[in-house]
Design a protein around this ligand. Structure first.
Ligand code: DX5
Ligand code: ZN
Length: 233
């Protein structure tokens, strides 16, 4: 199943409630929530109280992306505020395993994010512990940046590992995702698409979400029909 996840970072910060309802009515699958601490990335976004405030407005899954140096102190507050999944960054090194365990124990879906300069091989030891692999396609910190095409081989590698190892983590892409780059990512093996600017800045969000989902679905159909018989259906 293809997931389209608009990122609230690109919405009108004066109207989070209204923007959440807009994403809900647009039939987005998940709402992506970018949490920035001004330290791990050079920007600050919003915290658990915002998540708590918008939680009653929708049943969409809340996909929290922690771009924070101390996720240890944030897992519980975000879980209590209504997060469904939380992704932490692989750049945190040896702190990853306890973070993933803690998230699991809080009943969360578990995600691992990888920044553009970080080799994809860093996620290998964790693949059997995660529900979601978040491949950053821009350097995190700000919305509206251009997609980095050099990230496409990482997506292909993540998809190859998933098949080889018989795992079923989602492959999520985040940063500079629009109609065209979403299709390129889908062809490389992504199934979960975070998009801020290209969705929230549209007046007709429902149309934009549907267009992206349809374009991605078509790309997946085409690339499957090009594969020789017996290729992981
Ligand atoms: C970037 C964030 C992204 C951001 C994407 O630091 O992790 O989720 O909201 O925004 P666009 O789609 O505008 O690149
Ligand atoms: Zn994000």
């Amino acid at each position: 199943m293809i997931i389209i996840a608009p990122s609230l970072l690109a919405s009108d910060f004066g109207r989070f409630a209204w923007e959440t309802q807009r994403a809900d009515k647009a039939k987005a699958n998940w709402l992506h929530l970018d949490i920035m601490d001004g330290h791990f990335v050079p920007n600050i976004s919003f915290g658990p109280e915002v998540v708590r405030a918008i939680r009653p407005l929708t049943r969409m899954k809340f996909d929290v992306h922690l771009m924070c140096s101390k996720p240890e102190i944030l897992l519980e507050p975000f879980a209590q505020a209504g997060a469904d999944s939380i992704s932490v960054h692989v750049e945190l090194g040896e702190r990853i395993t306890p973070l993933l365990w803690k998230s699991r124990s809080l009943g969360l879906q578990v995600g691992l994010a990888v920044n553009p300069p970080t080799a994809i091989s860093h996620v290998l030891p964790f693949l059997d512990q995660i529900d979601l692999l978040l491949v950053m396609t821009v350097n995190p910190g700000f919305g509206g940046q251009a997609f980095i095409h050099e990230m496409l081989p990482k997506i292909q590698q993540a998809a190859a590992w998933r098949q080889e190892k018989g795992l079923n983590y989602r492959i999520e892409v985040d940063g500079g995702i629009n109609l065209q780059t979403a299709v390129e990512c889908a062809q490389a093996g992504a199934d979960t698409f975070v998009s801020g600017t290209a969705l929230f800045k549209q007046r007709q969000l429902g149309r934009a979400v549907k267009k992206m989902r349809d374009a991605v679905a078509e790309a997946v159909r085409r690339s499957r029909s090009r594969q020789p018989a017996g290729w992981g259906g």
